[in-house]
Design a protein around this ligand. Structure first.
Ligand SMILES: Nc1nc2c(c(=O)[nH]1)N[C@H]1C(S)=C(S)[C@@H](COP(=O)(O)OP(=O)(O)OC[C@H]3O[C@@H](n4cnc5c(=O)[nH]c(N)nc54)[C@H](O)[C@@H]3O)O[C@H]1N2
Ligand SMILES: Nc1nc2c(c(=O)[nH]1)N[C@H]1C(S)=C(S)[C@@H](COP(=O)(O)OP(=O)(O)OC[C@H]3O[C@@H](n4cnc5c(=O)[nH]c(N)nc54)[C@H](O)[C@@H]3O)O[C@H]1N2
Ligand code: SF4
Ligand SMILES: [Mo]
Length: 710
């Protein structure tokens, strides 16, 4: 192909949920695909972070899966698509006959498009099970639960643009937008802060968010460096302070009495819960001076518009739902919902985790968050689909994984890497390796999970196909692809259509993503008003009930989408993590992310630009802890929990709170999830990735760094 024929398409960055637009220029040869800025892209207007700029690097990577693989006698061999489909269909039919439809589990992928996840959940339901889920379970499941039950929709209440314009307070709790949502941070939030907004960061770790706002260098901003797992007591101190000050001076506007009266219920419950709450003891438990929390409370309550940002530090706990409920309590009693610059805002993780949930790839909801166990909603979807859907919610992904060998015998994984992303990874591997009868993995690389598969299917990447994705502020945008470099790879959509057609004969016959979108909108009321044409280059926000609807920038201006239209306040009490330090494991271990790496690292570890800065995992240790253990900066140490151990380099730094150690889930050679605790929030079923008990052993031999890819 000559350079003149090279195609250039406008598409969306495949990494995080900010949804930045980028241009991709097709190369003459594989490996020559290039990134180009898209100057008037709707979300980012041409700005880009390190990941977006490096996104094309993995597209033609030499490790790409290029042909289907089938395992025989413990070894993979190249297979034809025909052989692969035959095996999948035979095994899925066998499992259904020998056991029941619920013996299969399906993992959708927040790395793939709305249309693909829509079809995967349809496939699961046509097969006869609601055992379909996606990575949101390990991510914002608890946030979504709390927001859905107390306000109405499991999504950001506001949008990046109105937050930039109107927020006076950025209350950032357990989230690190400076690294995990860099363009939201630099393009939107930083602007507001430059114009006078105040940042209050609640996090055990100082990070690039701290640096980007110079939080530790001014009196205006605050960093409340709490112990992991003490967010409920911290917010209870905030709320109780606000209630006490209101008692002292009812006209000063500490709370919004009209808003509480007209738009909420449950305020009495909150007051009762806090009646005998001891602020001093709670502040001590958090490890934060009481007067600091009181000052932060004052800043939040006295602001015109205060916005809360909530992340994994809140959601990945066994009390994750209650953590977020307490943020909702704070927002509701101060009337900080339903206006620009306010609300409770989860910055969604993956490029399409919002959409994957919206289109129903979850065990309890159908497309558009219609509950599986709501007869009327289910029947209307059944009518469109022409088959019955089981009326009971299915298992979540961690539950599916835990049930392997018990009730679950087969697993279809499209674009997830559970062997590295789920808690207590050694146990998860044990079950997958020894108990699972059939595993199909559809990915772009031979992942740590795919190693255990019976059949591996090579998918095309984001850059090679079209479809839609939904970003963190509910903006549905079109992705567009250039030609595929590997002839024998297939789009996820094609693969699901083929498996569905072979299994069921009908219902999966689609020519392209747009045709799937047309069916999706019929069963997904919040997206009914959208078409590929109307999405254009700007995209549209949901809810978009009718063609022509503009979608909402912020939600709940008039009322909440709860049954009675009222926002639900509910007092919550401290629940410590399920595993707390003791003599044997005296440290609190928490895990979080780096700017240059991404989740289980399948893509970022293969990108020369991204893997350069951190070629291997490490653990942050406070200098006082380091002195007690005799650790020097750069020493290799063993980090141990009741479930496993990893050897990593110690980084001695005041960035982390004393008594706490901090590591990342990005590296296969020293995976944090060998250590984490497989205990779940009762309602949202999210694992406690953010707090476990751990110990450090010193005097260990260095391990090899994972080779950086040059
Ligand atoms: N560069 C990059 N960007 C990403 C990702 C990535 O891997 N790399 N992943 C994407 C995904 S899937 C997601 S979900 C988002 C996640 O984005 P974030 O929500 O920002 O997730 P984390 O970095 O895991 O954790 C956020 C913060 O929680 C803090 N924390 C730990 N324990 C506690 C606690 O008990 N309480 C409080 N208050 N804070 C605590 C950590 O120190 C960390 O600073 O990022 C997305 N964007
Ligand atoms: N300890 C600890 N564990 C955690 C977390 C934590 O903070 N701490 N965070 C949790 C969170 S928030 C999340 S979201 C999960 C993430 O958990 P996972 O979703 O399991 O992790 P990813 O690495 O994002 O996996 C995505 C997979 O999709 C593949 N892929 C990419 N593009 C495509 C495509 O177009 N098609 C197909 N078929 N596949 C594709 C990638 O190669 C990769 O294997 O991890 C969770 N685990
Ligand atoms: S902020 Fe997120 S969407 Fe934007 S370029 Fe960076 S990784 Fe991509
Ligand atoms: Mo996530």
């Amino acid at each position: 192909m000559s350079s003149q024929d090279q195609r250039q398409v406008k598409t969306i960055c495949p990494y995080c949920g900010v949804g930045c637009g980028i241009k991709v220029l097709e190369g003459d040869e594989p490996g020559e695909m290039r990134f180009m800025p898209w100057a008037d892209a709707p979300v980012n207007e041409g700005s880009i972070c390190i990941k977006g700029g490096a996104a094309t690097q993995v597209v033609d990577h030499e490790d790409r899966l290029t042909d289907p693989l089938i395992k025989e006698d413990g070894e993979f061999r190249e297979a034809t698509w025909e052989e692969a489909y035959d095996l999948i269909v035979d095994e899925m039919e066998r499992i259904r006959e020998e056991y029941e439809p619920d013996a299969m589990g399906f993992f959708g992928s927040s790395k793939t498009m709305n249309e693909e996840n829509y079809l995967l959940q349809k496939l699961a339901r046509r097969y006869g099970t609601n055992n379909v889920d996606n990575c949101t379970r390990m991510c914002h499941a608890s946030t979504v639960w709390a927001l859905r039950t107390s306000l109405g929709a499991g999504a950001m209440t506001n949008s990046m643009a109105d937050l930039e314009e109107a927020a006076d307070i950025f209350w950032i709790q357990g989230a690190n937008p400076g690294e995990q949502h860099p363009i939201a941070n630099s393009q939107y939030f930083r602007q507001a802060v430059l114009e006078g907004a105040t940042v209050i960061q609640v996090d055990p770790h100082a990070n690039k968010t701290t640096k980007s706002f110079q939080i530790d260098e001014t009196d205006r901003h605050m960093h409340l460096q709490l112990k992991p797992g003490t967010d409920i007591p911290l917010l209870n101190v905030v709320i109780k302070t606000i209630l006490e000050r209101h008692e002292e001076d009812p006209d000063a506007g500490w709370i919004d009495e009209d808003f509480i009266e007209e738009r909420t219920e449950g305020f009495e419950h909150l007051k009762e819960t806090l009646a005998d709450f001891d602020k001093e003891a709670a502040a001590e438990e958090c490890g934060v001076p009481l007067e600091d929390i009181e000052l932060a409370a004052e800043k939040y309550a006295m602001a015109n518009n205060a916005a809360i940002f909530t992340g994994m530090g809140m959601s990945q706990h066994t009390c994750g739902v209650d953590n977020v409920q307490n943020e909702i309590n704070l927002a509701l009693i101060t009337g900080n919902v339903g206006r620009p610059g306010t609300g409770v805002n989860p910055l969604r993780g993956q490029n399409n985790v919002q959409g994957t949930c919206d289109v129903g790839a979850m065990p309890n909801v159908l497309p558009g968050y219609q509950l599986v166990d709501d007869d009327e909603a289910r029947e209307s979807v059944e009518e469109e689909w022409g088959f019955e859907v089981p009326p009971e919610p299915g298992l979540t992904n961690v539950e599916i994984s835990n049930a392997i060998g018990d009730s679950v015998h087969g697993l279809y994984v499209m674009g997830e890497n559970p062997v590295m992303s789920e808690p207590d990874a050694n146990e998860a591997i044990e079950r997958i390796e020894n108990e699972l009868e059939f595993l199909c993995v559809q990915d772009i690389f031979m992942t740590e999970t795919a190693e255990y598969a019976d059949v591996v299917l090579p998918a095309t990447t984001w850059a090679e196909r079209g479809g839609t994705v939904t970003n963190t502020d509910r903006r549905v945008q079109r992705m567009r692809g250039v030609h595929k470099g590997h002839e024998n790879t297939k789009h996820d959509l094609e693969i699901i259509c083929e498996v569905g057609t072979r299994l069921f004969g009908e219902g999966f016959d689609f020519d392209d993503a747009e045709e799937v979108f047309e069916e999706l909108r019929q069963v997904c009321p919040i997206m009914y008003g959208m078409t590929y044409d109307s999405l254009g280059e700007e995209g549209l926000h949901w809810p978009c009930y009718e063609p022509g609807d503009e979608g909402d920038q912020f939600l709940y201006e008039e009322s909440f989408d709860t049954e009675n239209g009222l926002g639900q306040i509910e007092g919550v009490r401290h629940q410590p993590p399920k595993e707390v330090p003791d003599e044997e494991y005296p440290l609190v271990l928490t895990t979080a992310r780096l700017e240059e790496h991404y989740n289980t690292g399948t893509m970022s570890r293969r990108s020369p630009t991204l893997s350069r800065q951190h070629p291997e995992n490490f653990v942050d240790v406070h200098p006082n802890d380091a002195a007690r253990y005799g650790i020097e900066d750069g020493d290799y140490v063993k980090v141990k929990s009741r479930r496993g151990e990893i050897t990593v380099k110690a980084q001695v730094t005041e960035a982390i709170k004393e008594g706490v150690i901090w590591t990342t889930p990005h590296f296969a050679a020293a995976s944090a999830n060998v250590l984490t605790n497989n205990v779940l929030d009762e309602r949202a079923k999210i694992p406690e990735d953010k707090a476990a008990a751990a110990e450090i052993e010193v005097g260990v031999e260095p391990t090899q760094a994972e080779p950086a890819d040059d």
